[in-house]
Design a protein around this ligand. Sequence first.
Ligand code: COA
Length: 347
Amino acid sequence: MLRSKIAGIGMYVPKNVITNQDLTQYMDTNDEWIQERTGIKERRYADRTGETTATMGVEAAKIAIERAGIIAQDIDFIVFATLSPDYYFPGCGVLVQRALKLKEIGALDIRNQCSGFVYALSVADQFIKTGMYKNILVIGSEKHSFGLDFSTRGRNVAVIFGDGAGAVVLQPTQDPNQGILSTHLHSDGESAEILAMYNPGTHANHWGQYADFAEAKIGEQFMSHEMIDKAQNFPFMDGPAVFKKAVVKFPEVVMEALQANGLQPSDINMLIPHQANLRIAQFVQQQLKLGDDQVYNNIQQYGNTTAASVPIALCEAWEKGKIRQGDLVCLAAFGSGFTWASALLKW
Ligand code: COA
């Protein structure tokens, strides 16, 4: 049976390190609060003009392509996951196609926030398994620092997020001991507004039961002065509500992947949870009774990089020698939507 394997992996994080202490010059916060509630010590911020979501994705992709032992022109499809695209449209996939001088291949953008990379991997996996493509570039990248409220009003969100990118090249394999065993995708739109950026958007107050949206006037549909005055151009998050749902759905989707393959938590060599919050990851670890060497976290250094967090953590764990050939690796994510997902693979 044809399976997909990760043939190459790469990551890119900007050089600019922002500590918790650095954030205190913009908002009323402190290192102790941030570390205690989230585990985050520092994050990276992209260069204001020199680095974009797409360019960071390109840097991660170059490494993944080289490690896969191919050249950029061998790529036959792109799947790009982000919630912070360079443009409202077109998506980042075409910018990668242009920057890497790829052939006129298909480029698909995925909008599933923190679950974006696992969703993207699942989509790519289907194309490989059907034999349609042979070298798919899957990227997760975010430039959050451009879209956060750095005043005290936005501190519960702003301190959490960081910038960066991760990428993999997926290729087919006939090896029964390697590759993606299964992927599992879920959503529940009931709480769509609990973790969301409402504007720019076409909602025109239609879903306004959750937040007090500014009225969109003719000629200002996407973004009005009033929306900006009310800070509705920034992400909104009901943190405790997200936390409560995440600690249920993370273990559930990991167990779903294991059960689909007749496996137990003890079979996992490495769980790579989306780096939402260290406390969430520790809770999941405890629920699944996993040892410290079975879970990889790096939110302490990079914050929550949304669609980039899973490939960055996977890449770093692999680079540190914590993932070896034949290991059972589980990727799991949960976030805005809500959407959640898992992928189980043999490295
Ligand atoms: N620095 C200092 N104080 C802060 C702060 C900050 N950055 N952000 C919020 N606070 C304050 C609040 O104003 C509140 O003060 P009050 O009690 O005087 O009103 C207090 O801290 C507690 O706020 P609360 O939101 O209840 O804290 P919490 O314990 O739930 O922690 C989160 C907040 C965001 C860290 C936590 O809810 C969380 O991690 N949720 C999940 C978020 C997540 O994972 N998001 C990514 C999605 S994948």
